[in-house]
Design a binder for this molecule. Structure first.
Ligand code: FES
Ligand SMILES: [Fe+2]
Length: 386
């Protein structure tokens, strides 16, 4: 469904007041809601694990955790990428730490060992390992899938594949950023992640999904981009916004070179908690993952892809200037809004907010934010906002 199909031709005044009432505040502050989100969203959705280049040879692995569930992805000897819970079936010890490479996975506790496709290789007792029971012992597998070279895992064995869960997304990414398959994982954003903030994870995403605050909050961003002429589209479990360039190579954000740089901006939100962003400048695509640390705290993890080779002598400097701007200007501008909004949601007077819906003015319209909330309620199995 596109914004145009869904809402063009309808004036803001035609929306019923119920459709303008935003997600009730209790969804942002209650412990019970977070417990439901864990089970119904985070443990049933595609969560970013790593980039395929981090699993460049057999035995290469990366560990991560999804709200306390320890997992790892590993490339096996056939070149396949597998995902498992990072837990030994013998008595639960964690198998792997960090990232690295192993020919065989050996548990540090009693030295049971496993092949890279999760089978028990040895438990040090010949008689036991030959028993029929031993052949049933293996690592607990997880679903694994990919979007471009981003590797995702899903704790739900019945989850739809990514191509069905986010239909058309990979094609949309390739059309927007044709060079993306040549980009490489950057070391440069290590300064940016992870970022802990005092706010519910959904407030971060709400903020990511509307540019209503941009004119007031992001002066340099609005100088670099033609914010009023952005185009938003809504899709099953994701949304996409394209903001064209203002045409200013010299702008208040950071310098651009129209001969070599992508001058526009593309943002995607993938339900529930993933953001993809291509900023203006030397080719790039970042992936952000917002994870709750509690109802009122969240962590944003970021990884970024960059063009593999400099396109011109000035490119490394322009890229650095963009990173510094994102870290020192854009991010602090948003953090202030996000943390204050969370504090407001916890005030006793605040039952719910309001959506700004204006189909004629995509600069200020919060349709992507509302789309996120509608998807959220549907996946929690809850009624729409009344
Ligand atoms: S817990 Fe892993 S070998 Fe005992
Ligand atoms: Fe912002």
């Amino acid at each position: 469904m596109t914004l145009q199909a869904a809402e063009k031709g309808v004036s803001a005044n035609d929306f019923r007041i119920e459709q303008l009432k935003a997600l009730p505040a209790r969804y942002y502050i209650d412990d019970d809601v977070l417990a439901r989100e864990k089970e119904l969203l985070f443990f049933r959705s595609w969560q970013y694990a790593c980039h395929a280049s981090e699993l460049d040879s057999p035995g290469a692995y990366v560990t991560t955790d999804i709200l306390g569930q320890n997992v790892f992805v590993v490339r096996d000897t056939d070149g396949e990428i597998n995902a498992f819970y990072n837990v030994c079936p013998h008595r639960g010890h964690k198998l792997l730490e960090g990232k690295g490479s192993k020919r065989v996975i050996v548990c540090p506790y009693h030295q049971w060992s496993y092949t890279l496709d999760g089978k028990l290789r040895s438990n040090r007792t010949t008689s036991t390992s030959q028993s029929p029971e031993a052949s049933r012992i293996c690592l607990h597998p997880l679903r694994v899938d990919r979007l471009l070279d981003f590797i995702f895992v899903n704790l739900d064995a019945a989850a739809e594949p990514i191509a069905q869960y986010w239909p058309g997304l990979e094609q949309q990414l390739l059309a927007a950023i044709p060079e993306v398959t040549n980009y490489r994982l950057s070391e440069q954003v290590s300064a940016l992640h992870p970022v802990d903030l005092q706010a519910n994870w959904k407030i971060h995403i709400d903020n990511f999904l509307e540019c209503y605050h941009c004119r007031n909050g992001h002066d340099s961003f609005c100088d670099m981009l033609d914010v009023p002429n952005q185009k938003q589209t809504l899709h099953k479990n994701y949304s996409y916004v394209f903001i064209p360039s203002s045409g200013k190579a010299d702008n208040k954000a950071y310098p651009l070179n129209p001969e070599f740089d992508d001058m526009d901006l593309h943002f995607w939100h993938l339900f529930p908690n993933i953001g993809l962003a291509q900023f203006a400048g030397p080719g790039n695509l970042s992936i952000s993952q917002w994870l709750p640390l509690g109802p009122d705290r969240a962590q944003r993890k970021i990884a970024q892809l960059d063009v593999a080779e400099p396109t011109d002598p000035g490119m490394p400097q322009r890229r650095e200037q963009r990173t510094v701007w994102a870290r020192d200007v854009l991010q602090p501008e948003d953090i202030g809004f996000i943390e204050s909004a969370h504090e407001g949601m916890s005030q006793r007077c605040f039952e719910h907010g309001w959506y700004m819906i204006d189909p004629e003015n995509e600069e200020i319209s919060e349709v992507m934010l509302r789309h996120f909330h509608q998807t959220y309620l549907a996946q929690l199995g809850e009624a729409e906002i009344d």
